[in-house]
Design a protein around this ligand. Structure first.
Ligand code: ADQ
Length: 505
């Protein structure tokens, strides 16, 4: 890696809060390694096959911390990836993660506030900003810069997501212009108004740090454009000069590009063949019987809009009684951020809503809705193979990989109902039935339409969606970013060579 500098292409550094592996210490002091789940890890898992990668992440659980503490060298190669885990002090990590990143930034970017009540920026928030968010971002920057200080080969750093907004600035301060820095933001970037909630010092720190990067990656053009608008609006020195995808500041041009993320196509398809998936699939077939299946697969997360989805289903049963006894809704839900009170409340409300629907409409041999709580990716894929309707109705979502996984593996010409506020809308909206996530009536109509669509139309739509996702998987997503960074590196080297030649001449 850094030791083999000078060889091959550029060194690629990924920085993310959550790393690609989880560690569990066994009784004999060795470690069990488990490949993590979740959008980001799934998305980046494929990349080490083609590139030399150093991945710097936080140690999350106790096993991770023990693993990091017991390394004699800080970096170790696992499944082709050089991994370094950082161990921020627990209080700092807590402030960075549980006070600033989630909920504050997550809530602002998904616009989830109940404004008269929340958020309140208190002294504790400011303290969490300084001692948590700033400190942990600095820790990441120092760890990366220490490792790259002496590297002469080209380096591209890809900071991931809203936990690491300050990394570009700190890295630039330590490493100067010789590294390409290209953050990718997985969640929506709302327009200028949403950012009013942050005190200007915090907001300007975030924006100017991102503008220390060479280009910033977003899920959609809409997010990129919103970023350009936000920078222009709040930073007096930032100008777009009529462009929707770049900002000029301090004599530099910073790109704002859309790189829509996708799934690891081969891996997801291979998963459908695994015996475990086949077994779960046959169990699900028994449960569903000959009912039509409306499926949703989500983290238990207010932005996923699970409650309105249930209310729409209840209204469907009420307004279109012909579906009673003929349809079932299955909600596969993974617990997420359960230490946060609002998330616990959200789960309670979901269970209560589902209970009410079953209480009102159940018949002797028919239960209208089943909520299955737990993290089982094989089961999620098995269920996606079987849906007649996949409901993806988030209030806001960077992309939503479930929509892509669903249309890739489904075997029943299922119909996708898709929120116009999911990033996936821009790629899949044409062949989906699209809804406003707030519009329960519209969602009911979309469900009824999906359940009654002709076989031919279902087949046509499903085939086009399947092909779209099949052709643009996660490898393309990542290589597009790497190619842009390499092109910029080459242009830089060219400029430096020209300048040197001009100097000699
Ligand atoms: P998430 O908000 O986690 O990701 P999503 O893109 O849908 O949302 O990815 C979730 C992943 O977890 C999918 O692979 C899905 O199959 C899996 N999953 C969800 N529920 C599950 C269940 N009940 N059981 C098993 N597996 C389940 C964030 C952003 C998204 C963005 C991704 C990637 O919020 O907008 O698409 O990162 O950038």
């Amino acid at each position: 890696m850094v030791e083999r500098e000078g060889e091959g292409g550029p060194l690629i550094v990924i920085a993310s809060n959550r790393g690609p592996f989880r560690f569990r210490e066994k009784a004999n002091g060795t470690f069990e390694v488990e490949r993590g789940s979740g959008g980001l890890v799934t998305a980046l898992g494929a990349l080490a096959e083609d590139h030399e990668v150093l991945w710097v992440a936080s140690a999350i659980g106790e096993g991770d911390r023990r693993w990091a503490e017991t390394r004699t060298r800080q970096v170790e190669k696992i499944e082709g990836i050089y991994l370094q885990l950082l161990t921020p002090a627990r209080p700092a990590y807590d402030q960075y993660y549980n006070v600033i990143a989630n909920p504050l930034l997550w809530f602002i970017q998904h616009q989830l506030w109940d404004i008269p009540r929340a958020p309140s920026i208190t002294r504790e928030t400011w303290q969490a900003w300084e001692e948590g968010y700033v400190a942990v971002n600095k820790l990441f920057a120092d760890a990366i810069a220490d490792r790259l200080d002496k590297a002469s080969r080209p380096v591209i750093v890809f900071p991931q997501d809203y936990q690491l907004y300050l990394l570009p600035r700190f890295l630039r301060e330590r490493l100067g212009a010789r590294v390409q820095i290209q953050p990718f933001i997985h969640i929506p970037w709302p327009g200028p108004d949403a950012w009013r909630i942050l005190p200007h010092i915090i907001r300007d720190d975030i924006l100017s740090s991102l503008l220390a990067a060479d280009r910033v990656g977003f899920q959609t053009k809409r997010d990129a454009f919103n970023f350009v608008q936000t920078c222009r609006f709040y930073l007096p020195d930032a100008h777009s000069r009529g462009s929707r995808e770049s900002i000029h500041i301090g004599g530099r041009e910073v790109g704002a590009r859309a790189y829509p993320i996708s799934v690891d196509v081969d891996k997801v398809l291979a998963l459908t063949e695994e015996p475990q998936t086949e077994l779960l699939k046959s169990q699900l077939i028994n449960t569903i019987g000959d009912h039509q299946l409306i499926l949703r697969v989500d983290r238990i997360e207010p932005s996923k809009n699970i409650l309105r989805g249930l209310r729409a289903y209840q209204t469907l049963l009420q307004d279109y009684p012909e579906h009673r006894g003929r349809v079932v809704m299955v909600a596969l839900l993974v617990p997420s951020r359960m230490e946060v009170e609002q998330y616990q409340d959200y789960l309670r409300e979901i269970m209560a809503e589902a209970g009410l629907i079953n209480a009102e409409y159940s018949e002797r041999f028919w239960e209208p809705v089943r909520v299955v709580v737990g993290d089982d990716y094989h089961r999620a894929i098995a269920a996606m193979e079987l849906y007649d309707v996949l409901l993806v109705n988030p209030l806001a979502d960077g992309m939503n990989l479930v929509a892509k996984e669903g249309v890739l593996v489904n075997q029943r010409n299922g119909v996708l109902i898709l929120s116009e506020n999911a990033g996936a809308f821009y790629e899949l909206g044409d062949q989906a039935l699209t809804v406003s996530p707030f519009d329960i009536h519209g969602t009911v109509e979309a469900m009824h339409h999906a359940l009654t669509l002709s076989h031919d139309e279902r087949r046509q739509r499903a085939a086009i969606l399947h092909d779209k996702v099949r052709r643009a998987g996660v490898k393309q997503w990542f290589s597009a970013q790497v190619e842009d960074a390499i092109r910029a590196l080459q242009a830089d080297t060219g400029t430096r060579a020209d300048t040197a030649a001009a100097g000699r001449g």
